[in-house]
Design a protein around this ligand. Structure first.
Ligand code: ADP
Ligand code: ASP
Ligand code: MG
Length: 403
């Protein structure tokens, strides 16, 4: 199983290179299934077009629109492979039997009816499947959330019992932080699902979060590598198969969140349940939550949401503010979160303290904190994000090989 991301097929020359790589794999005697993303920035451009028409496009139509990107790339790739003398056949997500729930723009895969793909593989064809899309029970086209081609590939790898799932992208593998921000970042040879999950959840877009989750649940060994060279990439696998783990594996950051504050909410049981219950009903994911100390029976509640969900969140918060008789609400787009991820944190105290003092030394104010057993995240001002990432990467010596 191989998956090629948007940058790997950004133009016709690159697409031809991908075709060559696929053919080479086939010639080594493998049955090859290829998942491909839309060419270059196609998906972003389609989103922009929709927003030029209306700020809140119907999600069903959004999915019909976005799915076209991957249609273009599967057909072109099939042609490029045929031009090299190998037989290939392309399938859209619905044709490949990818059945999803009805949550448009972030649908979940419920079933894969892969008989047709298996038949074509038996015919010795290279099978090409459009990433990021499926068909709901209601026979609508759905998409699997941004970066969703990763999920298509991993789910198909699990279903077809593939030996491994190779994710080809524009970097050599998973790095200790985004190599575009810190040039000293180092490639991580092996990383556990648990750490990769935290990295994806805290902003490392190199792998889609839900794809890693699926890989862990079905124990699919994932190889992240470059489509431009032959370097060994990063292997993502179960923690129990790993020999040693560094204290800190990576620094991640996320600038796609916004902070919402509801002011002077009555401090009594059931309030948080009502606020976050209403947000969940509206399908708004909440990340960090902070409830301030109560003063005279009132408190402020702050939380972060995905910026894309801000319009929906505002509607809910307005309603909740009225219902609870809170003083008002405010929204802050100028935040970023920076996180440290590492399985060794569990057994090494002091990581949080060192993170906070590193930020303090750099005069970076911490606005919110959240932790998991293998992750610490801080919300800071967005304009200090890159400084924070560099400082933390250096403070935890991530540019050096782990000793
Ligand atoms: P594709 O189009 O192949 O799916 P993505 O843009 O989704 O590629 O993911 C690759 C990008 O992820 C890289 O170009 C890099 O900028 C970014 N990235 C963020 N964090 C990391 C990290 N820790 N290691 C490697 N790449 C990272
Ligand atoms: N083309 C989709 C996106 O840009 C899916 C993907 O690339 O994985 O999000
Ligand atoms: Mg991606």
């Amino acid at each position: 199983m191989q998956k090629y991301g948007g940058t790997s097929v950004a133009n016709i020359d690159r697409l031809k290179k991908v075709a060559e790589r696929v053919v080479k794999t086939k010639q080594k005697g493998y049955n090859v299934v290829v998942v491909v993303s839309a060419l270059g920035d196609t998906t972003d451009e389609l989103v922009k077009k929709a927003h030029a028409i209306t700020p809140n496009p119907p999600e069903r139509e959004m999915d019909v629109l976005l799915a076209t990107g991957e249609h273009v790339s599967i057909s072109l790739l099939a042609m490029a492979i045929e031009a090299l003398g190998q037989s290939a056949i392309s399938f859209s997500g619905p044709q490949a039997g990818i059945v999803t729930d009805t949550a448009h723009t972030k649908a979940k895969i419920m079933d894969i009816r892969a008989d047709r793909l298996v038949d074509e593989l038996k015919e010795d064809k290279i099978v090409i499947v459009a990433g990021f899309q499926g068909e709901s029970f209601e026979q609508n086209i759905t998409t699997l959330g941004r970066g969703g081609s990763d999920l298509t590939a991993i789910a198909l790898a699990a279903k077809l019992g593939a030996e491994r799932c190779e994710i080809y992208t524009d970097v050599d593998g998973v790095y200790t932080t985004n190599p575009r921000v810190v040039k000293e970042a180092r490639k991580i040879p092996v990383i556990s699902y648990a750490e990769m999950l935290e990295m994806a959840a805290t902003g490392a877009e190199v792998m889609q979060l839900r794809a890693v989750e699926y890989g862990r649940n079905y124990d699919v060994e994932i190889h992240v590598r470059s489509s431009f060279n032959e370097e060994e990439g990063t292997v993502i696998k179960g923690e129990d198969e790993m020999t040693e783990q560094p204290i800190i594996s990576a620094v991640t950051f996320d600038t796609s969140q916004a902070k919402v504050t509801i002011q002077r909410v009555p401090d009594r049981p059931g309030i948080a349940a009502s606020v976050f219950g209403s947000l969940a009903e509206a399908n708004v994911n909440v990340d960090m939550i902070l409830q301030n100390v109560s003063e005279k029976g009132f408190t402020d509640i702050s939380f972060t949401v995905d910026e894309n969900d801000l319009v929906k969140a505002k509607e809910v918060v307005q309603q909740v503010t009225d219902d609870l008789d809170a003083a008002g609400s405010s929204y802050d787009n100028g935040i970023a979160s920076v996180s440290l991820v590492g399985a060794g944190m569990r057994t090494h105290p002091g990581v949080a303290a060192r993170m906070f003092s590193t930020l303090a030394e750099n005069k970076i104010n911490i606005e919110m904190i959240s932790t998991s057993p293998i992750k610490i995240s801080c919300v800071i001002r967005r304009e200090r994000m890159e400084d924070a990432v560099r400082a933390l990467h250096q403070a935890f010596s991530l540019e050096k090989n782990p000793t």
